[in-house]
Design a protein around this ligand. Structure first.
Ligand code: PAF
Length: 281
C-alpha cells in the first residue's frame, strides 16, 4: 500500500490510474478505523480496480473544539489495517494540504441541514461538504463509499454530487454493529467501561420505535416510546430522537403513510462522548 501525503501526489496517482483505464474507489475517513470502515474498504476493493482511503480529521466539520482535540488519532494502527482490507493507497494529508488557504465557499443544503445534525452542529455539514468535495476533486473516484450510520451525511453528499454534477456513484453501506447492537464508531473507544455497557440502549430504543412503526403505530407514538425508554437511563443525555422521511429527513407525518420509508435517528451523549445512530424502516 502506498502512502500519499500531498494533494499533488494523490492527483498524479489517480490521474495515472485513470489513464490506464482503472476504476477508482474512494473511502473517506477520519481514521481510528473500525470494522465498519474496513467493510467499506473491502467492498470498494471488490467493486473497483484500485482503492484510495483517506484519513483526515477535518477541522472545519467540528463545531466543538474539545471534540476535535479529543477525536482519536491512530495513524500507524490504521495504516496496518488498510492494506490487508484491500486498500491500494492511503491519503493522509496535513491541514495545509487540504486547506492551503481557509475555505470561504459556503454550502447551503436548505431544509436538509435545518434538522438533526445540521440543527445541533451548526456548520458541520458545510465542513463535510467542503472536505468531501476537495477529496472528490483530488481523487476523482468512480465510486465513493460512506457508512449509513451517518445517514444525514450520506443524504447531503448525494445532494452535493447531484448539484455539482460530480461524475461518480455514492455507495452507502449498512451500519456495522457490535454483537450487543451498538453501532461501530471511532468515538466508542472513548466511552468509559460503565458507559460502554449503557450505550447499546441507543440501538434498543431505535429498535423499539421501529417495531412500533412496523406494527402500524404513528410516528409520534413510536418516537415517544423510544424517548421514554432512554429516559430510564439517566447517564444517557438525549439530544434529539426524530422519526423522519428517510429520503428528505424532514419530520414524518403524524399518521402512518403506506410505502413511506422512515428513518429513526438519534444523537445522545454518554459522559463527554456524543454518539449518533439510526434505523430505517
Ligand atoms: O464520516 C466521516 O468520517 C467524515 O465526515 C468524512 C466523510 C470522512 C468527511 O470528513
Amino acid at each position: 500500500m502506498q502512502i500519499l501525503q500531498s494533494a499533488p501526489a494523490l492527483q498524479a496517482q489517480t490521474e495515472a490510474w485513470r489513464q490506464q483505464g482503472l476504476r477508482i474507489g474512494l473511502v473517506p475517513t477520519m481514521g481510528a478505523l473500525h470494522e465498519g470502515h474496513l467493510q467499506l474498504v473491502r467492498t470498494a476493493a471488490a467493486e473497483n480496480d484500485v482503492v484510495v482511503a483517506s484519513i483526515f480529521v477535518n477541522p472545519t466539520q467540528f463545531n466543538n473544539a474539545e471534540d476535535f482535540r479529543l477525536y482519536p488519532r491512530l495513524p500507524e494502527a490504521d495504516a496496518e489495517l488498510l492494506g490487508p482490507a484491500g486498500c491500494t493507497a492511503l491519503f493522509m494529508p496535513g491541514v495545509e494540504q487540504m486547506y492551503p488557504t481557509p475555505a470561504k465557499l459556503r454550502f447551503d443544503f436548505g431544509a436538509l441541514e435545518h434538522v438533526m445534525e445540521g440543527a445541533f452542529r451548526p456548520g458541520h455539514f458545510n465542513g463535510v461538504a467542503t472536505v468531501v468535495s476537495k477529496l472528490f476533486h483530488l481523487a476523482r473516484p468512480h465510486r465513493a463509499y460512506f457508512g449509513q450510520k451517518d445517514l444525514q451525511q450520506v443524504t447531503i453528499v448525494r445532494q452535493m454530487v447531484a448539484d455539482l454534477s460530480f461524475d461518480l456513484e455514492v455507495v452507502a453501506f449498512p451500519t456495522v454493529r457490535e454483537a450487543d447492537g451498538l453501532a461501530m464508531s471511532s468515538r466508542n473507544r472513548r466511552l468509559t467501561p460503565a458507559d460502554r455497557t449503557r450505550a447499546p440502549r441507543l440501538y434498543q430504543a431505535l429498535e423499539l420505535a421501529a417495531e412500533q412503526l412496523r406494527a402500524g403505530q404513528s410516528a409520534a407514538a413510536a418516537r415517544q416510546a423510544a424517548i421514554d425508554y432512554l429516559a430510564q437511563e439517566p447517564a444517557i443525555q438525549l439530544e434529539y430522537l426524530e422519526v423522519a422521511d428517510a429520503q428528505t429527513l424532514q419530520p414524518a407525518p403524524t399518521q402512518p403513510v403506506a410505502e413511506q420509508s422512515l428513518a429513526i435517528c438519534l444523537a445522545a451523549s454518554l459522559g463527554d462522548v456524543r454518539l449518533i445512530d439510526n434505523v430505517v424502516v
